[in-house]
Ligand binder design. Structure first.
Ligand code: CA
Ligand code: CA
Ligand code: CA
Length: 238
């Protein structure tokens, strides 16, 4: 009888274990580029970490990431960027992306977590339909954040115009490990520089401790088993 009890307990235990699949969010590494370099990030193309001597101040600390498409070539075409960021073929090239630069980092999140960061799009291409360079966030798909029609401000940097720093928040619906990617591309041809400044990533973790329906079910099965065991033990002790 004891053998049955311990077996039941083990089964009940494993049911609880299997159903409480909470993936704890890891912080984004080097989230504000305060190492002064791209430690913990991978880069392609023209990517630098710069301070306020760039002509635009970081929004957090002393450093920010600077991605550029360059007047000449970055050496990384649209298809290369899609592969680097784990995107399906055509995700960038279908928007006319010729070449560009990007950074990425792998992040693990819970459902309901959100990610915020600050960005600023700069361009020497101004309001250009045919050469409409753009900056993007890629997590599952590409989300365009700005194009050559977005900048409205004169820039004191080495580029002509900028949007100024903006904030963006992305919400995760499903727990898992994702490739967080950010990039800027030349569209139409590979010339006339556009830039993308990025700073101050923050991962906002969803409230922990509320049992999900699946784990609640696991718990009630476990309680049911332990009730059965207790009944059987009571009988055997009588
Ligand atoms: Ca910073
Ligand atoms: Ca270029
Ligand atoms: Ca361009």
């Amino acid at each position: 009888m004891l053998k049955f009890s311990s077996l039941a307990l083990a089964i009940a235990g494993s049911l609880v274990m299997a159903s409480t699949e909470t993936v704890y969010a890891f912080n984004i590494q080097n989230s504000s580029f305060e190492t002064g370099n791209f430690t913990n990030w991978e880069t392609r193309g023209q990517a630098t970490v710069e301070g306020s001597d760039f002509g635009v101040s970081p929004t957090n600390g002393n450093y920010q990431a600077v991605l550029e498409t360059l007047q000449d070539t970055t050496g990384v075409n649209g298809a290369d960027l899609e592969t680097f960021l784990g995107l399906s073929a055509g995700n960038l090239s279908s928007f006319g992306a010729i070449e560009g630069s990007a950074i990425k980092q792998s992040i693990t999140v819970n459902a309901g977590d959100s990610l915020s960061f600050d960005w600023n799009f700069l361009s020497d291409d101004f309001q250009s339909e045919d050469y409409n360079d753009f900056a993007f966030l890629s997590i599952i798909n590409v989300e365009k954040l700005a194009n050559t029609f977005s900048p409205t401000l004169f820039s004191f940097s080495r580029l002509s115009n900028e949007t100024g720093y903006q904030s963006y928040t992305y919400n995760f619906q499903v727990a898992g490990t994702y490739t967080l990617g950010l990039g800027v591309v030349d569209v139409g041809d590979g010339t006339v520089n556009s830039g993308f400044l990025i700073d101050n990533f923050k991962l906002h973790t969803a409230t922990q401790g509320v049992p999900e329906p699946a784990s609640a079910l696991g718990m009630s099965i476990a309680l049911g088993f332990s009730f059965l065991i207790r009944k059987k033990i009571d009988k055997s002790q009588r």
